[in-house]
Ligand binder design. Structure first.
Ligand SMILES: Cc1cc2nc3c(=O)[nH]c(=O)nc-3n(C[C@H](O)[C@H](O)[C@H](O)COP(=O)(O)OP(=O)(O)OC[C@H]3O[C@@H](n4cnc5c(N)ncnc54)[C@H](O)[C@@H]3O)c2cc1C
Length: 413
């Protein structure tokens, strides 16, 4: 018998795959809550960003701050096009958006959930809800596992998959406790994909303002001096900054930022596509041609007007000054400030769109051909319980489908 702990995407995909390869073996999936696939339901704002249109395994691996290298061979065996084909075969056509993210054509996560539920039912996976696991033991002599349930009962099985997801809060007995009890090392779990708390006058009253492209650098103690750099859209929130550039920084710097207690310096370049010289020339020409206009009238820098005015105020520049009176010294200072605005991050806030766990079961102790433990024969892992996490864009589900497939096949063969 095969027991799968965790009714998330990794557990479901592994259970379905295991039955596909070994239809005669009973597969039982245990979920502690009343609902399965809860994160899939809310994912991608209810649309479920199932994967990403990136088909070169090495390129795909670069989207994973942790686990990318280990996943490369798995992506060759079950990559984004296999995911799209699988859902297509289960009556859920998948579309690609302009930025590469892939969603069900229905734009509804319900179709992904239904495909998994129907497939599991048809193939004979027994799903037991409200069935939490509170203990696991391995009997080395007999080569089997004893799984202790919160109902007070026990299950015996020859193969056990832990797919209990990420774990950063004290959410009861999770997969990390089980893995540790069975002898596995754990990378301490900390959050990834969070937004930055910043209390700076610049951002007052700007909540909701988005800037198309900035370069954001995080200078975090413990990271290389040159800092982490990401380019992309930026969004001002009620408590600080968010947007793709910030979320990517939070993923790459997750551990160092946690160690710095989320206190570090952020340096923003508001004009990443212009060098200091180019920006200087652009502003000089603008000042020459628009001498009578006020500084409040910004040149074409791609910044929303409210942000431009707030930046002038932060830099101590009177917005009513005419460009003709602005002077070379002020202009040089403005260039300097626009290329590097320093803000202090004082904490993190939850990104409601998507968040994951950095840390989990140590990857060196898992064989990535089958996802079987290198320490305990018959024990398998899949999904976010592993020390794997990706940036936003469908990469976190992709690692669940890939590791779920490998584990299911590993258990089934
Ligand atoms: C709001 C939000 C939106 C997201 N959107 C996207 C997106 O669009 N695209 C993307 O790629 N990623 C997205 N993610 C990330 C993605 O949802 C996760 O990476 C993914 O769900 C992990 O799957 P999993 O199967 O490993 O774990 P989970 O989905 O966390 O499932 C684990 C399951 O195990 C159960 N469990 C835990 N402990 C026990 C126990 N002791 N006994 C029995 N059962 C147990 C849990 O109740 C849970 O149901 C999003 C995350 C969030 C929070």
């Amino acid at each position: 018998m095969i027991v799968v702990i965790g009714g998330g995407p990794a557990g479901f995909f592994a259970a379905i795959t295991a039955r596909t390869f070994r239809p005669e073996t009973p597969v039982i999936l245990l979920e502690k809550y009343n609902d399965v696939l809860r994160k899939v339901v809310i994912s991608g704002g209810g649309r479920c960003n199932v994967t990403h249109d990136c088909h070169d395994p090495r390129e795909l691996a670069k989207r994973y701050p942790r686990g990318g290298r280990e996943l490369i061979s798995g992506f060759h065996r079950f990559g984004p096009s296999d995911v799209a084909n699988w859902f297509d075969d289960h009556h859920v056509p998948i579309k690609i958006e302009a930025d590469g993210r892939m969603f069900p054509e229905s734009d509804s996560s319900a179709s992904i959930v239904e495909a998994l539920l129907v497939s599991a039912q048809k193939i004979g996976v027994e799903v037991r809800k409200r069935c939490g696991v509170v203990g696991v033991q391995f009997n080395r002599d007999e080569g089997n596992f004893s799984v202790e349930l919160d109902t007070g009962r026990n299950l015996e099985c020859q193969q056990l998959l832990i797919a209990t997801g990420g774990q950063t809060s004290g959410d009861g007995f999770g997969g990390l406790g089980m893995a540790a009890d069975l002898g596995h090392g754990i990378q301490d779990p900390v959050p990834s994909l969070f937004t930055f708390k910043i209390q700076d006058s610049l951002l007052h009253d700007l909540a909701g303002v988005a800037v198309q492209e900035v370069a954001v650098k995080a200078v975090v103690p413990g990271l290389p001096k040159k800092g982490l750099l990401e380019t992309g859209p930026l969004l001002v929130t009620h408590w600080g900054l968010s947007g793709p550039a910030v979320l990517r920084l939070s993923a790459w710097g997750a551990r160092a930022m946690a160690e710095a207690d989320y206190r570090f310096q952020l340096r923003i370049d508001w004009c990443p596509n212009l060098t200091h010289n180019d920006l200087g020339n652009l502003l000089t020409n603008w000042a020459d041609d628009n001498g009578r206009k006020q500084v409040a009238q910004s040149p074409e820098l791609g910044l929303p007007r409210r942000m431009w005015l707030a930046l002038l105020q932060k830099f101590g520049i009177d917005r009513e000054t005419k460009w003709a009176q602005f002077g070379k010294k002020n202009l040089a200072r403005l260039v300097e400030k626009l290329k590097t605005t320093e803000l202090e991050v004082t904490g993190k806030a939850l990104n409601k769109e998507e968040f994951v766990t950095c840390g989990g079961v140590r990857l060196a102790e898992v064989d990535f051909k089958t996802m079987e433990s290198r320490l305990v024969p018959g024990l398998f892992f899949a999904g976010e319980v592993l020390d794997i996490d990706g940036i936003t864009g469908g990469f976190n589900f992709q690692s669940c489908w890939t590791t779920g497939f490998l584990a299911g096949k590993g258990m089934g063969e």
